[in-house]
Write a protein that binds this ligand. Structure first.
Ligand code: ADP
Ligand code: MG
Length: 355
């Protein structure tokens, strides 16, 4: 896939309108550095990715960034037949496989975030996700009997990692890994690392709505993202300022299907094998580390508001915007960076304080 250059004159870049349905937009008011501004967009990991960097070498640097994404996709994709994860899944119950240090790192991180979130984040949930048809054209509600049979295969303790020998083994036949809830975040961290190493001090990118801001705008102000309204794709519930961090959203309103008048979305509660069902419509996590932001946004969405709030209370390394049917709630650390916007909707707003 080739890079397509975007119109550099655009005053506002609406990230991801209509891609995987992700809600953020980045609004930009370029002041200075215009001649060094480079933009690119590509399709990878099943989603649209958009980049803006300020540097005279921006064009070449963005080509390097795309190569980095292709490289990671070849390690982490579930669907690419020659990916490491594909091989690992293929050999489940049979044989260990050699994996790269990066795949090892991500599997190990995935397992530990799973433990930390009491199983709400689960990289072994793939057999259940597949039973719902989320990886196929035909989505449908599976029989309870099928869910009961598949859930025991989603135990991350059965993912055996041998760091010394560089191998991984899925102990049970029928097991499979799905890094869909964390791979884009990991890729964002790797791309940010590459951009910084190549001298980028100002830029931002969106990997299917997973946002990452490097430094600040050339005028010294923070990057801005509009946090979408889960009930109305044309509306947003507030503006978030961010720099040198990731903003990752998970919600049930983006990828879903309907059966017998009921909606079923793609984030599975590993405790039930059903799409997570609680008061949360969307969760946005703000964190320096994009891998963590990605995994946590999925996990907090599964937890529901009370458990997610309790989890946040115990940690200091991330902040959250929760959206329910009638409320937008920002955690205390976002007091100065998030501005609620309720003109076109019926949400009320509050700050969640640290206890
Ligand atoms: P998206 O990638 O659509 O922006 P998420 O980051 O929340 O959203 O990841 C959802 C994807 O992660 C699903 O499509 C599925 O592949 C996988 N998944 C579903 N449920 C879970 C879960 N409980 N834990 C980890 N991964 C999950
Ligand atoms: Mg996620």
């Amino acid at each position: 896939m080739n890079w397509k250059k975007l119109a550099a004159a655009a005053m506002a870049v609406f990230l991801c309108a209509g891609c995987s349905g992700t809600p953020e937009q980045v609004q930009e008011h370029p002041q200075g550095g215009e001649e060094e501004k480079h933009e690119a967009t590509t399709f990878a990991m099943d989603t649209i990715m958009m980049f803006t960097v300020y540097s005279k070498d921006g064009e070449e640097i963005l080509i390097d960034a795309e190569q980095e994404i292709r490289r990671l996709e070849h390690l982490l994709s579930v669907t690419m037949e020659d990916s490491e994860i594909h091989e690992l899944n293929h050999k489940a119950g049979e044989k260990e496989v050699h994996i790269s240090e990066e795949t090892m790192e991500l599997l190990s991180l995935g397992k530990s975030i799973g433990k930390e979130t009491n199983g709400c984040f689960n990289i072994a949930i793939s057999p259940v996700v597949k039973a719902w048809g989320f990886t196929e054209e035909e989505k449908h509600v599976p029989e309870q009997e099928e869910i009961d049979r598949l859930l025991p295969l989603a135990d991350t303790d059965d993912i055996l990692l041998d760091k010394e020998n560089g191998t991984a083994f899925l102990q049970k036949e029928g097991m499979a890994i799905d890094l869909g809830g964390i791979a884009k975040g990991y890729t964002a961290d790797k791309v940010a690392e590459l951009l910084r190493a190549e001298g980028i001090t100002s830029g931002y990118f969106s990997l299917g709505g997973n946002l990452m801001g490097i430094g600040q705008k050339p005028d010294g102000s923070a990057w801005k993202a509009a946090v979408g309204n889960p009930l109305d794709a044309k509306d947003y519930v507030g503006m978030l300022e961010f720099s040198d961090c990731a903003v990752v959203t998970s919600g049930g309103y983006q990828r879903y299907f309907e059966e017998d008048g009921k909606r079923y979305h793609h984030i599975i509660d590993p405790a039930t094998g059903y799409p997570a069902e609680n008061e949360l419509l969307a969760v946005a996590v703000v964190c320096e580390n994009a891998t963590r932001a990605d995994a946590l946004s999925t996990a907090l969405f599964v937890m529901g508001l009370d458990d997610a709030a309790a989890f946040w209370q115990k940690h200091n390394d991330f902040e959250v915007i929760f959206i329910t049917n009638d409320e937008v709630i920002a955690t205390e650390g976002l007091r100065d960076s998030f501005t609620f916007e309720g003109r076109n909707n019926d949400f009320t707003f509050r700050i969640m304080e640290r206890k």
